[in-house]
Design a protein around this ligand. Sequence first.
Ligand SMILES: [Zn+2]
Length: 119
Amino acid sequence: MFDGTCHCGAVRFSVSEAPQWLTRCNCSSCRRRGGLWAHFGSDKISLTFEPDVVIRYIWGDKTLANVFCKTCGCTTHWENLDTTPGARMGLNFNMCEPKAIEGLRIRHFDGADTWEYLD
Ligand SMILES: [Zn+2]
């Protein structure tokens, strides 16, 4: 089980399976926010937050929304704007305790240019 929470605790997630890997991305958005992404189908994820505690940031081709806590500013996850059940979404595993995620493989994704993994 992997649990994550923003700094102030207003936004929480949990997922019961390990991600295949964690993704660091160098696109213009991710390099600024510093996400460490784990991807799952939305049906695998439990998210807990009140509707008014987050802000959604949508840009570019408008396929996803980056979601961050209004109070503490942490980017906790991204939501797929395709609302089909099970659509892929991303959790920012920087919200997890370091001990819980140590040992997970980290891959570097070239979201800035080639749209491929660099390893
Ligand atoms: Zn917060």
